[in-house]
Design a protein around this ligand. Sequence first.
Ligand code: ZN
Length: 447
Amino acid sequence: MYALVADLYPICRSITGDGFRETIRRLGQLVPLRSTEVPTGTPVLDWTIPREWNIRDAWVADAAGRRVIDFRRSNLHVVNYSVPVRRRLSLAELRPHLHALPDHPDWIPYRTSYYAESWGFCLSQRALDALPEGEYEVCIDSTLENGSLTYAECVLPGQEDGEVLLSCHSCHPSLANDNLSGMALGVALARDLATRPRRRWTYRLLFLPGTIGAIAWLARNEDAARRVRHGLVLSGVGDPGPLTYKRSRRGAAVIDRGVEHVLRHAGSRGGVLDFLPYGYDERQYCSPGFDLPVGCFMRTPNGRYPQYHTSADDLDLVAPAHLADSFARLREVVEILEHDRAYVNLSPRGEPQLGRRGLYRATGGTDLPERELALLWVLNQSDGGHSLLEIAERAGMPFAAIRAVADELTAAGLLRPAGDHASPGPRTDAPAGGIESARSESRGERS
Ligand code: ZN
């Protein structure tokens, strides 16, 4: 994962353009990807696909022709989506176009101007303070032309009718934690899932530009959106902070309870944040017309670490150990999604005699008491109405321990899956009505 972050780090990405496409091309060497191009001007929900932005070079040169700000040294130096510019101006005229961070004088800020035509440069406060009065030449060799927006999907089919949506915004230039770490985690998980002989759910991993990409995907994939049972936005998963989860709009969907369960048993100090209609693309997936059960899986939340959206979000902020921890916990979440279901106790009148069936064998093992207690919890709660995750929560035990004994009890003929009634939670069905009503509302507004 770290090697992938380092490989993608130098590329100048944006919400459209060749940097994004090159990123997708490299990801496609690691996981099967299908990419989609949505032409400029295409209406997507309430938005319109913008013109495509590409940049070759950009600089500010002093009177002697020396580049005092140089895109080739850092792609953060140019305000992302800057319109092309070539002119001479005084420092006073240039200054409104320069952005710096007085509180962190060595860092370059990351700024964008996607939906308002403007141009600008970002530089360290120290470099800004060092600019002498005089005339400067400014060049932004960019194009803003009709083209398309790119997004890519990796779809790994499963056996049941339902999807797990994993969404990674992939539009930031040289920033390591936000968003390259999330993309690397998504790739690692997809590679892990691809090796499994059996998947319960279809996994759909999205690499898309933030906001407009999620909106474009939703506009073009209402059927797939309707099949989403669980979902996560992956972002900011490589920094040293503890894992944090932001709940979906629903608040108590299986994904919400599952991630909370994993973080609690992992002893994460990061904790759980309630839903907030701000942040990443959960804003789009959790808009009321979709209301998908999609939370946000991250370490330090966006905006809560000083390096966020600056040149200090670099390859030193992200570490392999943090990425590995994020991967291990995310895999535990997937285990819950894959195996959470309700069971029926086939010998519910009194406790079945477990010793006779060899289920109490290993007396004396140190972990035996918890396993025995787990057996009793599963037998007691398996009336078809309580899922394994609910049992694990009530028992205060890790899901993996509860699931292991459910497998044993099933093999011993004491338990069977509760069938269709086992699909976890009453609110996991995709809100088809919500999508339909949103569609008719937007028709109504336009008419
Ligand atoms: Zn960001």
